[in-house]
Structures are given as C-alpha cells and as structure tokens.
Design a protein around this ligand. Sequence first.
Ligand SMILES: Cc1cc2nc3c(=O)[nH]c(=O)nc-3n(C[C@H](O)[C@H](O)[C@H](O)COP(=O)(O)OP(=O)(O)OC[C@H]3O[C@@H](n4cnc5c(N)ncnc54)[C@H](O)[C@@H]3O)c2cc1C
Length: 503
Amino acid sequence: MPLSILPEYDSSQAKKKYDQAVVIGGGFAGLSTARILADYCTRVVVLERDSPPESPRPRRGVPQDPHGHTLFPAGATVLNELLPGYGDDLLEGGAVENDSGSDWNYYYDSENVRADTPSRISSYNATRPLLEQTLRRQVATVPAVDIRTSHQFLEYLTSESDSVVTGVLARNKTAEEEEITADLVVDATGRTSKTVNWLERHGYSAPPKQEMEVDVAYSTGYIERPPDDVRGIIVEGEGGSVGFTPVEGERWQFWLTGRGENHPPTDPTEMERVAEEFGVPVVDEVLEKSDWVDDDVAHYRFPSSRRYRYEELDRFPEGLLVIGDAVASFNPIFGQGMTVAILEGLVLHHVLAESEPETLAGQFFEMVQPVIDLPWFMVTAVDSHYQKRSEKAPPGAESYIEYQEYVRQTAAEDGRVAETLLRTGQLHQPLSSLLQPSIVSRVFDDSEGTAVETGPPDWTPPALEDAWGVLEDNLTDPESIGEWPGVPETVQERETEPSLQSL
Ligand SMILES: Cc1cc2nc3c(=O)[nH]c(=O)nc-3n(C[C@H](O)[C@H](O)[C@H](O)COP(=O)(O)OP(=O)(O)OC[C@H]3O[C@@H](n4cnc5c(N)ncnc54)[C@H](O)[C@@H]3O)c2cc1C
C-alpha cells in the first residue's frame, strides 16, 4: 500500500496508553518508530549498540551506510509530518534538493528511458549517515524520547510463561548488564534481528519465511561535484547498474552494482572502466570532469530479499513488535527500505490508536502486510524475471513485467507516463495508476481509447500479442488484477483518475 492510499498521520489521535516503551535499534526504523511511539507512551527508550560519530560518517552497525541511499519523497513527506523541520535540517546539513522527475537521468541499456515529468517531484539527496543523523537529532528533541547509544540488547525479559514480554536485558556503556522494564518492546534491529530465533527457543513457531536470492553487490566511492550540478544519474543494464547520486560536501556518490558473476570491482580505475562499458556518454563526461575525493571504495554484498510472515502466527508474545528490515528487507537496488520502514511506522501510528495491548501485535502485523506487499511484489517480480526463476515469481508477475516494459518504452517520450511510473516505483501511488485508461491509451499510442477493448492494432509480434492478452484479462478481471498489490478491488474504482496535484 503506497502513501497515497494510507491514512495520513493524525496528531489528534495521540493518547498516552503505555507507560514505557523500548525500541531496540536506532536505525531508520527504530528512530521513526520512537517518534510514533512518543504519541502513545510516556517514555520511549531507544537502545542502539553503536555510538554514532558526531559528524555524519558510516558506522559499524549499519554496514550499508557508505552506499547510495535514496529517500523517496513518500518517506520524506511522512518524516516532515512527524518531525516538521526534518527536511530543512537536512538541507542545512548540506543535502541536495533536486527534482526526481527532471534532475535524475535514467538510462536502460544505454537508452534514455525517462522523459521529464510535468510535475516537480522534489527529493532530498544525502548520504545515509546524514539522513540518519538528522533524523536522530530531530527524534532526540522529542521530550518523551531517550536515545541510549552504546547499549546492546541481549535478551527479552518475559512473564513466567513467556507469554508477555516485559522488558529487555541490555549491556550498557560501562559493560554492565541492565534490566529495563517496558510495556512495549519493538525490535528494529534490521536484518540481524534475533526475534525469530528467540521465538523458537521459547516454544513459539517461527514465522513463515519468504526469500528470493539476488546476490547483488555494491561498490561505492566519492567523486567531486560542481556545487550547482544537482543531477543524479542511473544507468541500468542486464547484469548491473552504474549511478551518480549528488550528496553533501559537493560530492557525487559514484556507485556500481552487479548481480552474480557481475559483482563490481573495488579499485577506482577498474570502477571507471566498468562504468564506461555501459556506453552512456553522460557517464564518461562526469568521470572525465571529476576527480576522486579519495581512493576509498566501499563494497557490500546483499544475498537475498527476505520477508517474515509474522501475521500468520497463531501465537505471539504480548508486548512485542517487530518492524523495518527485521520484518522485510528488499533488494536495495530498488531503493525502498527506508521508505517502507517509515510507512510501517505510519501504520503503527493508526494501529496504536485503535488497539489494546493484547491485540496490538496481531493487528499491526496484519495491517502492515499491504505496505510490504507492494515493494515485495515489485522487487520479487523483477528479480524472478532476471533470474529466470518463474517458480519464485509472485502471482501476476509475468503480466506486470510485460506491461511495465511497454510503459517504460512510452515513458522515454511521454512525461505523464514517466511520472506515473516514477510515482509507483517510489511507493507514492498504487500500481493500478499504471492501468488507468488514460495511461493505457498513452502506452499503446491509442488516442481514441479503443486499445482497452480491442488490444493495440499495430502490435503484431506474438510476444506482444500474448502480453496484451494477459493485460486485457487483467483489465477486465478484477480478481486477476487484484494480484497486483495496491490495486483497488474493482475495475470501477480505477476509472476515476486520482489528481496528481492532490498526491
Ligand atoms: C547497499 C544498500 C543500499 C541501500 N539503499 C537504499 C536506498 O537507496 N533507499 C532505501 O530506502 N533503502 C536502502 N537500503 C535499505 C536500507 O538500508 C534499510 O532498509 C534500512 O536501513 C532499514 O532500517 P532498519 O532500521 O530496519 O535497519 P538498520 O538500518 O539496519 O538498523 C538496525 C539498527 O539496529 C542496531 N542494532 C542491531 N542489533 C542491535 C542490538 N543487539 N542492540 C542494539 N542495537 C542493535 C544497529 O546498530 C542499527 O543501528 C539499502 C540497503 C543496502 C544494503
């Protein structure tokens, strides 16, 4: 479920229902959750095992820190609602504001695949350490929140029967073990979460796990950027991608990604060579004009997208929640993880308003699924296609991939289609936006609007005809289209076009 469908943050819902909450992990999910909880808890203690540096530099607990982190406008919008001033502070810290729709250049197989969009889609660009440090500083100003760094979570404290989590055991700054009681504990420890293991050791079932191998690796270095050049560049190819993200300090993050045997090199000269092989002149131009800031290249390997289906458990301890990467983490190439964590926090905000302690976990895990479904579908559909692993593809993936290919071709020339594609990929609009009649007729160059009924007349190759058949079924069969997450239940609802202005 994307931002445009989720109910907005509503400060009037704030009501102290819990005394003390503990959030384990001070990353993106932990910090935004702490802000959400502060509306409902008298005190919120965040335990973070790292001691983050004063200046925005990578830290150990977040090994992906040195690599490009795009904060989608959907995530930034919610953060600005929760913490007015977040965006301004980011800009003050040196973040670069640009327009995702016209300042970012997208290429696929060396072709420009994105026309400039009619609306401005403002976005912040910064290193992950600056994005997170700004968030940490903002959250630290919330009176109910107490962020304790150099505090390592060790174990949950529970009632005798293990049916209620009553707090945590942590190792504090002076290496002493400390018990911290809480009415509510939230695990936001990312992919290293120990909750699944804990459940199994304490007589609970483990949540069903879905996993899709991706074996993608990143190499990232920094090159100098002229202060007034705020362009971002992404070039995708079959085996990987190259990109330049404008960030603070008049730098571009210069990154390469590669799947499987195409893992990128870690040497600056080799990185430049691989980047040039993508065959896009703008890449060569940037590399020619810019010097490296230093020779440091960070490398990171991401094995798999992974999702735990906590909502399917019959039993789960009261007083415990899991959020962020600890529940679901996605192939990072799609740039969704932080925004998903923030949208999960928004769901928590609404669930906290309505639930009782005994029903909180069940309701939260149930209601957060639609938020995870959308990115999970997009990522696993594309990854199963790349890996030719049809048995791993989610239902509806094939028609989505086929149709998206048409959409992408049109988006190269048509700003309106480009905008819809961008906003769906950035978790702002539902995928059904791509199936609005006005978009479908643009995609099939069908100004009279008959394509929806008859199929595109001039498209004869069999593959396209097949794909059209699938799409046509989808357009007329609400159940089949319902396999695409974020799609409203009936075809009728789709026919009203949402106003882009109001999103
Ligand atoms: C290479 C790469 C690039 C990415 N690019 C993007 C992008 O462009 N856009 C995007 O939105 N997302 C991106 N992501 C995903 C993003 O990093 C994650 O989705 C996001 O960080 C999830 O936040 P989190 O708080 O759940 O987990 P994390 O950020 O991993 O934070 C977990 C925190 O828990 C702490 N912790 C762990 N164990 C303990 C313990 N025992 N006690 C106390 N503290 C503990 C850790 O120190 C850490 O601070 C990328 C990921 C990777 C790997």
